[in-house]
Write a protein that binds this ligand. Sequence first.
Ligand code: NIG
Ligand code: FE
Length: 399
Amino acid sequence: MTTRILPESLLVDRVGVLVTNDPRLGPGPLGPVTDAAVVVEGGRVAWVGPSAHAPAADVRVDAAGRCLVPGFVDSHSHVVFAGDRGREFAARMNGEPYRAGGIHATVAATRAATDAELRANAVRLLREARAQGTTTLEVKTGYGLTVADEERSARIAARLTDEVTFLGAHVVPPEYADDPAGYVDLVTGPMLAACAPHARWIDVFCERGAFDADAARAVLTAGRSGGLLARVHGNQLGPGPGVRLAVELGAASVDHCTHLDAADVAALADSASAGGTVATLLLGVEFSTRQPYPDARALLDAGAVVALAGDCNPGSCFTSSIALCIALAVREMRMSPDEALWAATAGGAAALRRADIGHLGVGARADMLLLDAPDPVYLAYRPGVPQTAAVWKDGDLVA
Ligand code: NIG
Ligand code: FE
């Protein structure tokens, strides 16, 4: 065969198992190819196939039998914040319940921080996530809760990621405690207008103690009129209307899904066939708040699309490790290792309505994680052990 030299190209060669998430390339949803190679050109996957037939490239990386998977797509984080809630976590582990009211402590610290402090903390967490294989991180506002503080949170987030979510409707801040309807007017009016230019998504915490179904509907509808796409925090602390509202409004994802009834599961399963609402499970929250895990099996067995995401935030879950989430999903929610890896990559991409990430078929962005392991099952098999050998984003080596 002829050898082609591709301009500014990268060849990752002698990959033991390549997870493509492209069912045309291998059996099952993960589409694995063994003894594989990938060629990247212009930041995109240009060629995938057996190592023996790989074309030459400008740069060659020898994977030496290790496995290569799509970079993790973490579709839920709150990394723009200041302050520390380590003592709140300690109190919880000593028997105190999780209270979403802890959010107010972070709001106060965030308002008091400078732009540079907020940015430095967010960059630190983004780098931490990237070093563990996360190549896409959605970032929410939601700890500012004034027009100015939400706007600067969105602006800071937009310098870190394309996936910025306006979450002015996180909780009602103390100054509006007596006028929650006035706060919804602020969120849907001037706050939305200030944040929408920086954001792709609108989100709302639809939960008892935060926003009820009517307020959540008003927020999401206003956001959509402002050009944003909807996603929802729902059914985290108890049963509620979040899931059905998300499905009704065609939200890309409803996140948490910890307390679901049969109708919620059926609604998510029905919407899956229409490319509708993904059920995003944030099981680091259940781990860190010592709550029962969501029923992933009920969702998967009913046919819902399930994503796993990290929810990195200072209150309910301060981890940036998607590998930990995969290990917990397998051990604690009885997801198969393949289901968990798919959910943390292709599932996250579905939750962000992105066709260019979460898989390694030809044309995909070359967002790749080389694991220091012979098989992707090692993500769950070796919990807590660093296994990142290399991370590429858009074909650039970033870790
Ligand atoms: O996704 N559920 C609401 N918001 C965050 C928690 C925020 C906090 O406790 O600071 C979450 O879990
Ligand atoms: Fe969240």
